[in-house]
Design a protein around this ligand. Structure first.
Ligand code: HEM
Length: 355
């Protein structure tokens, strides 16, 4: 009998250790970037082998959030979730946002305590998050509020439709970077006349802050619901990522570039000139951050659209296929933007118009 009890405690502890895997993935995320940097700048050994290892390390960093997402999708052990069930799910959602959180923390530390190594704060943060999850009670039923907070969801949806206009322009602006910084600058200059105007800019910033905070609140509440399907889990995870991305991105643009460095938040700033995104040990963190930021903003909008379609009677098969198609296109847009930011150039017919 005592043996069975001991075995059950041991297997429960093993399960709980496995539940901490997302925190472990997030904690070693900077090491993936470091490995990429090491192998791209290594002058010894086989050049092709170094490039392959560097490529794999970068792919591991970009796909790390999806590995964390798998942990959200594991079936719940109880129909009534305990504090521990909710904590482990939230830990996995938080790990999805690691690439953007790492940039946010890096920028804030760079401005406030430049001598403190990012990794010390990063490891302490994930150790704390893992300890918080470990200590959550597996026997206490989680007292969650239902996520059906109608008014907040409606407001979040309405503000999203306004922000889609800016996001469409902003991403198109980055897409034309493929034709070179000149076209990017010309389009940005034209756009700034609108989005930086004294009336529009405060409105835009307020809408984004509202969107980030309301998104965090919705994602937090939804994250307590057990047994969410892939689409819902993806919507929550991308919401977590975007909320942190938006707050960090605005901090980078408004506080870091404009107030702290007193430089223009232009193409050079975005692409980490003069070293660029690839060969700088700090800037490389911007690559997954931007790639996933673009991918998640587009797929998050698609997730919202899917919910609206389903509530209007669209067949799940049709809504899901539409979502899949949009996710494929989003991945292509995101990859194209990032290739352009890394120096890939194609001649776009529109580029001749600005010469
Ligand atoms: C490849 C991805 C992205 C890059 C490289 C990027 C870069 C930039 C840059 C350089 C600015 C300064 C613009 C200026 O000075 O006129 C900016 C502003 C901004 N970006 Fe992004 N961005 C990216 C994606 C996003 C996404 C996905 C969102 C929304 C979810 C977003 C939201 C904003 C906002 C709200 C501003 C402030 C606009 C203002 O100046 O009033 N960005 N971004």
């Amino acid at each position: 009998m005592a043996c069975t009890a001991e075995a059950s405690i041991e297997s429960s502890q093993k399960r709980r250790l496995r539940d901490l895997a997302p925190a472990f993935f997030a904690a070693i995320y900077p090491d993936m970037l470091r490995a990429f940097h090491l192998f791209t700048t290594l002058s010894r050994g086989n050049e092709v082998a170094n490039e392959v290892v560097a490529g794999l390390a970068l792919l591991a960093a970009i796909f790390m959030p999806f590995a964390a997402l798998i942990f959200v999708l594991r079936p719940p052990t109880n129909s009534i979730p305990s504090d521990y069930d909710v904590a482990k799910r939230r830990l996995a959602y938080l790990a999805v946002a690691a690439p953007t959180l790492y940039v946010f923390i890096g920028v804030v530390l760079g401005m406030t305590v430049p001598d403190l190594q990012d990794e010390i704060v990063w490891d302490t943060f994930w150790l704390g998050a893992a300890a918080w999850c470990w200590m959550a009670s597996p026997s206490k039923a989680h007292a969650s509020r239902p996520p059906n907070s109608g008014r907040l969801r409606i407001a979040h949806g309405i503000v999203a439709t306004i922000l889609i206009v800016f996001v469409s322009f902003h991403l198109s602006n980055h897409l034309v970077g493929l034709a070179g910084p000149d076209l990017h600058k010309t389009l940005m200059k034209a756009g700034r006349r609108v989005y930086r105007s004294p009336f529009i800019e405060p409105l835009l910033v307020s809408c984004f802050v509202f969107q980030a905070l309301s998104g965090l609140s919705l994602a937090w509440r939804w994250s307590s619901v057990p047994g969410t399907d892939f689409y819902r889990a993806f919507q929550i995870a991308s919401g977590f990522y975007l909320s942190i991305f938006i707050l960090g991105h605005m901090n980078s643009v408004f506080v870091y570039a404009r107030l702290y460095l007193k430089i223009d938040s232009d193409w050079a700033f975005a692409t980490g000139a003069p070293t660029g995104l690839i060969y700088d040990s700090w800037n490389i963190r911007l690559l997954p951050h931007y790639t996933l930021g673009v991918f998640f903003v587009l797929t998050h909008i698609a997730s919202g659209l899917r919910v609206v379609l389903l509530s209007h009677g669209t067949r799940p098969l049709v809504a899901n296929r539409l979502w899949m198609g949009t996710a494929g296109v989003s991945a292509m847009i995101s990859a194209t933007i990032i290739f352009g930011m890394c120096g890939l150039r194609v001649s776009l017919p529109v580029a001749t118009l600005v010469r």
